[in-house]
Each structure stands twice: as structure tokens, then as C-alpha cells.
Write a protein that binds this ligand. Structure first.
Ligand code: UT7
Length: 338
């Protein structure tokens, strides 16, 4: 036998050490959205649970929001920028395909040239990135990893498209993942159903746009198909994530599903028979659906409002384009002070 590769076989535990978010300044009401789509405040609230969302301004780029949330996550965790060994950004709305957002964020935050890559898994992106970061820490690949979910959905939704315009919003949320004496991030349950990949899509693709620039790309969504898939399948994902973590539903401090639609979350909670005593995040009413940013923003909402406290267990379930999903149980982290 030839030379052997040596690598660590030690596995340690990981946890979320701190959370920081960025919410754009401008609040956009349903009435304002209805200036460009044929709809009503009443319809939007009853079908989705959304009252307001934030739309980012000119100085609130994907990059600027990612940096702002990342800085707050570092502060909340007590980890310095130089200690960060990898930056992972989950996003579908960074305006350049190259370079990746994460490398620019890493530089702006003053980290010392860490590994940097973006993850694209639609609204499940944050939970995917969190799982990858957790495994990197567990195997000793890196000690501290900055995970950011960030979106400017207002750039990608056609102002006159009544199937999507009202549902999406902008924002960013970030966490620092690091080693821990006790398990702070449970096993992930994840997957995809590419046979339904057209249910949430960019249309047209960039090459088609290059040939015919009169049709700029937008996000299109078959909302009812996505609703049915999520309402039927995500309860199973939630139950499996709890089972794999060995956590009983009664032991949860919060259920934090992706903020896609308040009604989907009610259906999931009912389907898994979530006890009344477990609070469900309801960030969608004021934030809308911020895709890959929604789970960290919703995590901040449950902690800020006192529904759950740092140190308590929370079940995360992200789902969306792909159609892809990822869920895991985590210990809630401390929040950056504003
Ligand atoms: O985050 C990524 C994952 N995304 C999701 O999970 C989104 C999942 N889907 C949804 O949340 C819902 O499908 C929506 C909130 C987007 C739409 O709600 P829906 O109950 O599925 O509405 P629908 O598309 O089935 O439309 C119902 C009715 C239709 O009218 P008729 O045929 O019953 O007369 C639509 O034409 O509502 C009409 N409609 C609207 N009316 C007012 C559709 N869009 C609107 C609108 N305002 N914006």
C-alpha cells in the first residue's frame, strides 16, 4: 500500500453562538403593493397573513445587508472577524453570478481571507448553509463559520405580477456557528423534488434574456402547487428532524418554519399536532417572505418578542425553490443588542 492521507477522525459538537439581523428601513404596506397589482389588503392578509414587508433602498444592497447582519452576528457571538474560518452566504438575489457574495462580505468584515462560498437553495438556503457549517465545525474543518441568509426579493418580483409581488420582502439574518460542549445543532433532514422545479423559477433565463433584452427575468411562482407541496410534505420533515435530534415536541421553546405564508405554517403545526404551549414564529405579518433570510429573521422575532429565550430549543424548517427543503433542531442563540 502507498502513502496514507491523514485526517482528523475526531467529531465534536456545534452550536449557533450569536444571531444578528438587518431589516431595511422602508415599510411597504399592502395598500402600497395594491397600487401596482389588482388585489386588496384584505385578500393579501387573509390568504398569506402579510400586512407589511420591507423593501430595501438604494444603499441597502444585498451586500450591504449581508455585511450589516454579519457584523451584528459577530458582536452577539463574541467572536472576532479574524477568528472566522469560512463565510457561507445563502441567497438567490445577489445581482452578480461572479464573484460570489460571500468573498466580498468576508473582506468587508475584516476577516483574514477565510473560505467563502454561496449556497443557492431558494428559501431553504439558510437551513442548508447552517447544516454545512455545522458539519464543518463538527469535523474540525474550521472553528468558526459565519452563515448569512440575505435577499432583495423586491428586485426580482415584477411589480405588476399579482401572483408574487405581495408575498416577498427584503432583509438579512446571520449566525456564527462554532464548537460547543453540548449539541446545539441537530441532524439535518433535507431533500428536493426537482420534478416540481418549475413551480418557482426565474423566467426567462439569462441566455434567453441576452438574445431578447425586451423580456427581463423575474421570479414566477405557481403558488397553489407550492402551497400544497409544503402543507403536505413539511409536517413529515418537521417530525423527522425532531426524531433525528431525539427531541420531543413538548420540549421545544419555539417552532420556526420558513415565513412563506402564515396559513402554510398553521397547517404544518396542526399536522404535527404541535402543542398550544409551543409558540410559532409569526414574522411574516410585518416582514413578508424574505426567502433565504426568513428563518434567521423569524428566529430574531421569537427572541426579541420574548416568545422564546436564548438557550431554548427551536425547530427550523425551510422550504421553497427546487422544490427543496431542510430542517433541524437548534438551541436558540443570543441576539445582538441594537
Ligand atoms: O417561499 C417560497 C415558497 N413559496 C410558498 O410557499 C408560497 C406558497 N403559496 C402561497 O402562499 C399561496 O398559493 C398564495 C398566497 C401565493 C396564493 O394563495 P392561494 O390561496 O393559493 O390563491 P390562488 O392562486 O389559488 O387564487 C385564488 C383566487 C383566484 O381567483 P378565483 O379563480 O378563485 O376567482 C385568483 O385569481 O384568488 C385570485 N388571486 C388574487 N386575488 C387578489 C390570485 N392572486 C390574487 C391577488 N389578489 N394577489
Amino acid at each position: 500500500m502507498g502513502a496514507q492521507i491523514s485526517n482528523s477522525t475526531e467529531v465534536r459538537q456545534s452550536a449557533i453562538l450569536g444571531l444578528g439581523v438587518y431589516r431595511p428601513q422602508r415599510v411597504v404596506s399592502n395598500d402600497e403593493i395594491c397600487e401596482t397589482i389588482d388585489s386588496t389588503d384584505e385578500w393579501i392578509q387573509s390568504r398569506s397573513g402579510i400586512k407589511n414587508r420591507r423593501f430595501a433602498g438604494e444603499d441597502e444592497s444585498v451586500l450591504a445587508m449581508a455585511i450589516a447582519s454579519g457584523r451584528k452576528a459577530l458582536e452577539a457571538s463574541g467572536i472576532s472577524a479574524e477568528q472566522i474560518g469560512a463565510v457561507v452566504v445563502a441567497t438567490s438575489t445577489y445581482p452578480s453570478q461572479t464573484p460570489q457574495c460571500s468573498a466580498v462580505v468576508a473582506d468587508a468584515l475584516g476577516t483574514g481571507g477565510p473560505a467563502a462560498f454561496d449556497v443557492t437553495a431558494g428559501c431553504a438556503g439558510f437551513c442548508y448553509a447552517l447544516s454545512i457549517a455545522s458539519d464543518m465545525v463538527r469535523l474540525g474543518t474550521e472553528d468558526y463559520i459565519l452563515v448569512i441568509g440575505v435577499e432583495r426579493m423586491s428586485d426580482s418580483t415584477e411589480p405588476t405580477d399579482r401572483a408574487v409581488r405581495f408575498i416577498f420582502g427584503d432583509g438579512a439574518g446571520a449566525v456564527v456557528v462554532g464548537p460547543s460542549d453540548v449539541t446545539g445543532i441537530g441532524p439535518v433532514v433535507w431533500g428536493s423534488d426537482g420534478s416540481q422545479s418549475q413551480a418557482i423559477r426565474q423566467e426567462p433565463d439569462w441566455l434567453t434574456f441576452a438574445k431578447d433584452p425586451s423580456q427581463r427575468p423575474w421570479i414566477k411562482m405557481e403558488g397553489t402547487a407550492v402551497f400544497r407541496w409544503a402543507a403536505f410534505e413539511m409536517g413529515k420533515v418537521a417530525t423527522q428532524a425532531l426524531e433525528r435530534a431525539g427531541v420531543a415536541m413538548e420540549d421545544l421553546g419555539a417552532f420556526i418554519p420558513h415565513q412563506a405564508n402564515g396559513r402554510i405554517n398553521e397547517v404544518i403545526a396542526r399536522s404535527i399536532k404541535l402543542p398550544e404551549s409551543v409558540p410559532v414564529s409569526d414574522d411574516i405579518a410585518e416582514t413578508g417572505n424574505t426567502s433565504a433570510a426568513s428563518i434567521p429573521l423569524a428566529m430574531e422575532e421569537v427572541i426579541r418578542t420574548g416568545k422564546a429565550k436564548p438557550g431554548e430549543l427551536a425547530l427550523l424548517v425551510g422550504f421553497g425553490a427546487g422544490l427543496s427543503y431542510a430542517g433541524q433542531v437548534v438551541t436558540l442563540p443570543p441576539l445582538a443588542q441594537d
